[in-house]
Design a binder for this molecule. Structure first.
Ligand SMILES: [Fe+2]
Length: 345
């Protein structure tokens, strides 16, 4: 496995880059906007392809690098389903898997620091975001924080992981880089409480100043979504209501870009084809499956995904490859379902 822990000194944020092999797909957790050049350089140096950028929660102390990484690498942006950000490409829930080639992380929903906090676990480690820090815990006094929920997330989820599990948090302000679940259970001063009420009282007594960046970072991080308006202005978007009328049309091929897990969980548009976003470049280039399909049948390709972000990038890629009739469903399956479109499971 390739593993890099990167640090932003301004915000004290740790960012993690993961891949199963050199030359393979990579995943980045909690990227910081100001460091995006560095991440892209490192990805290149390690001969990786960045395919997913994930935030553990909506950050208040720095602007996320999710949007910039998507714009520069066409990677898929990922957050938890409790997140209120405008658009991310993929939303995960507890029990889902966050996958790239050769790797699958388990998703835990761990509200408390915020109501959209998630942790990601692998065999030997857990990425705890701001839920569990080294000898600390994330504050619970804003962004719908809830000390009671955090107690439950920490004691009933994270501390149930094996003692030797490595703990990689989203922040540290003292230069600590890694801990373990066993160490935190024994030595984290916030966890030496006898009851949830004692924990709630402890968290209420902290009286912390708001993060310096909060007024800038929170609104900015709410709007990481790809501007699908630009794709619409070029006439490449189909509204969900109009798209519902395309079902069964012989001159249209509806193409689902989502992953098999998303299809199984949320259903598919009846009669649609499956061509995962990860294979998009190969599929739309000359000789590729979708390119051949469009040219051989003259069908208009209409891409869709979960929220319209991957499909917007797919339309751009298809247009760049000369497939002028390519379109996408604005707002994805989410908008389709809200417009009364049928879904098959
Ligand atoms: Fe945070």
């Amino acid at each position: 496995m390739l593993f890099r822990q990167l640090f932003d000194t301004t915000s004290g944020t740790y960012t993690y880059l993961l891949a199963s092999r050199r030359g393979g797909e990579a995943l980045i957790i909690d990227p910081v906007l100001e460091k995006v050049d560095r991440y892209i350089q490192l990805v290149k140096e390690l001969d990786l392809k960045l395919v997913k950028a994930v935030d553990t929660h909506l950050h208040a102390d720095h602007i996320t690098g999710l949007g910039a990484l998507r714009d520069r690498t066409q990677c898929v942006t990922v957050m938890g389903e409790a997140s209120k950000v405008d658009v991310v490409s993929m939303r995960l829930a507890e029990g889902d898997k966050l996958t790239i080639e050769g790797m699958a992380l388990d998703v835990l929903y761990t509200p408390g620091h915020t109501d959209d906090s998630y942790c990601f676990t692998m065999a030997d480690r857990v990425f705890t975001g701001d839920t569990l820090l080294i000898r600390g815990t994330g504050r619970t006094d804003f962004q719908h924080g809830d000390a009671r929920a955090q107690f439950d997330s920490i004691f009933n989820k994270l501390l149930r992981l094996p003692d030797e599990t490595l703990v990689f948090p989203a922040h540290d302000y003292k230069g600590e880089t890694v801990s373990t679940i066993g160490e935190e259970r024994a030595f984290n001063p916030r966890l030496q409480v006898k009851s949830v009420d004692e924990y709630v009282a402890l968290m209420a007594s902290l009286d912390l100043p708001n993060p310096k960046m909060m007024d800038v970072a929170v609104p900015a991080n709410m709007r990481v979504g790809l501007a699908q308006e630009e794709i619409a202005r070029r006439g490449w978007a189909i509204g969900a209501e109009e798209a519902v009328g395309l079902i069964g049309r012989a001159d249209v091929a509806l193409i689902d870009l989502r992953e098999p897990r998303e299809r199984a969980k949320h259903g598919v548009i009846p009669g649609s084809l499956h061509a995962p976003y990860a294979d998009l470049a190969a599929n739309v280039r000359s000789g590729g499956m979708l390119n051949e399909l469009a040219r051989a049948t003259g069908k208009r390709m209409v891409f869709y995904c979960a929220f319209g972000e991957r499909s917007a990038m797919a339309v751009q890629a298809a247009q760049d490859a000369g497939l002028a009739s390519a379109r996408h469903i604005q707002g994805g399956l989410d908008a389709w379902t809200k417009a009364g479109g049928k879904v098959e499971r």
